[in-house]
Design a protein around this ligand. Structure first.
Ligand code: GRF
Length: 225
């Protein structure tokens, strides 16, 4: 059975979506551990209650990024994971860490990359007046919020949106595409060629491309603009 380790720093709603999808869809893999860079992260308690090994490694206790990443890697490697998911993990990773997990490490980012890497994506989306926003699951590379794209979901930016409303609409889609992308990785169905990801096998998704476009008709919760 394949195993997955999820890294969080806060509330862990993506982590919960992954754990719940794995159980509901009976993945032939298990969530071996949830590890947080902050011991008080709300998501840790939730994981513990479900019998998942949950550990906080306080990044503030380490003198350097390298030392923290080494401790983190040691903790991760105890679970010998086939895949590692960054799910709201608010740390910049060192080159050694990224290299160690190359091909096994995914991240979710709340924008349609390559637009808006970094923080405050929803604010920037509103400031730029973009009409389509969304989220991206990608392989992690040395460049922050950059790397071969596995899946994206798009949502409209609606008149009257504020940051919170837009964030909530995007988050709903994060919870859909991240479990799906991780499952593909755990099933060995992702092929990266010249920086482009192809999902192999039947039923890759509706479009066969890792793309999810949510149009007005399937956005009834938000209502028409
Ligand atoms: C999500 O919006 C994710 O895309 C970003 O940080 C947020 C984490 O939320 N990287 P949660 O902890 O999964 O609820």
């Amino acid at each position: 059975m394949k195993s997955l380790v999820i890294l969080i720093s806060g509330r862990g709603s993506n982590m919960r979506a992954i754990v719940e999808a794995a159980a509901a869809e009976r993945w032939p893999s298990r969530v071996a551990a949830v590890i947080s860079s902050l011991p008080g992260a709300a998501g840790l308690a939730w994981a513990r209650e479900r019998g998942i090994a949950a550990e906080g490694i306080d990044h503030r206790a380490y003198a350097s990024r390298e030392q923290f990443d080494a401790a983190l890697a040691e903790c991760i490697d105890r679970h010998a994971p086939d895949a590692i998911a960054l799910a709201g993990f608010m740390r910049i990773l060192t080159p050694a860490f990224v290299a160690h997990y190359e091909g096994r490490l995914l991240n979710i980012h709340p924008s349609l990359l390559p637009a808006f890497p970094g923080l405050h994506t929803h604010r920037l989306a509103l400031e730029h007046g973009i009409k389509i926003h969304g989220c991206t699951v990608h392989f992690v590379t040395l460049r922050l919020d950059h790397g071969p794209i596995v899946a994206q979901a798009a949502v409209p930016v609606l008149p009257g949106d504020n940051e919170d409303a837009l964030a909530a609409r995007v988050l709903e889609q994060e919870h859909r595409i991240y479990p799906r992308a991780l499952r593909w990785l755990l099933e060995g169905r992702l092929v990266v060629e010249k920086g482009v990801v192809r999902v192999t096998g039947e039923d890759a998704d509706e479009s066969g491309s890792g793309m999810h476009v949510f149009t007005q008709s399937n956005l009834s919760a938000s209502g028409p603009p």
